[in-house]
Design a protein around this ligand. Sequence first.
Ligand SMILES: Cc1cc2nc3c(=O)[nH]c(=O)nc-3n(C[C@H](O)[C@H](O)[C@H](O)COP(=O)(O)OP(=O)(O)OC[C@H]3O[C@@H](n4cnc5c(N)ncnc54)[C@H](O)[C@@H]3O)c2cc1C
Length: 225
Amino acid sequence: MSKEMKRFELTLIDNEQVGVDYFIFNFEMPKNLIFKEGQYGAFKHVDKEIEGRKVRAFTFASTNNEDVLKIATVINDSPSDFKAKMLDLKKGDTMTVDGPLGGFTLDEDKNAIFFAAGIGITAARGMVKYLEEFDNGKENILIHAEHREFYCFKEDFKDFNNVLVKYENTGANMKDTAANMARKYKNDSVYYVSGNPGFVTAVTTIIQGQGVDPKQIKFEKFTGY
Ligand SMILES: Cc1cc2nc3c(=O)[nH]c(=O)nc-3n(C[C@H](O)[C@H](O)[C@H](O)COP(=O)(O)OP(=O)(O)OC[C@H]3O[C@@H](n4cnc5c(N)ncnc54)[C@H](O)[C@@H]3O)c2cc1C
């Protein structure tokens, strides 16, 4: 483990289902867990035999000053043993997390445009919530794509004033929106792209195709799906 990375015990408060297969897990925020919005951790079960991989990366979907640590994931009808055992967790049960990890974090003094696909919204939620709470006077836009229209965390964004939130339900619309945004903002914005690797590659290619410098683009690929 690096110097900054530590292990924390997480105590479950509850979980919420969104649509058919998204689950948000709410844990008590550990007192000493200091992270930047958008970072992630390496989660493990405690005292359980797990078939297959014993660790999963999940992004901290909260802001650093919330008192609940939120993560969200997809759990379908034939889940991995790791995720099946997450669903078995009851209030008061624990997991551990090593972290924080990663550099998918906010450049605070620049316009910000977020493109999130499906569960990729976990990596954007903390940053857009931070921007809503600490108005930086910049243009901030979140575009969330989900083809079944199950938009995780939609409730959290509904009264936002400082971040414009848009929803897309097809890949084609998302591609058009990405091209339009990049054409309009060029290098006057940072672009944050998160979700499955195919989505991230497609959207970053479109943005660069409009002449945006790759240095203006940050991305988080959720490998493992
Ligand atoms: C930086 C980062 C942040 C992430 N944040 C989130 C998050 O917030 N929410 C979320 O739901 N998921 C997130 N993920 C993905 C997450 O860690 C899991 O990999 C994912 O949820 C699938 O887990 P599973 O138990 O359903 O699938 P598994 O049963 O573990 O695997 C599904 C399939 O993927 C293959 N696979 C497993 N691991 C890898 C790998 N590393 N590379 C390529 N193929 C692999 C397996 O062979 C299998 O075919 C993140 C991943 C990364 C790298």
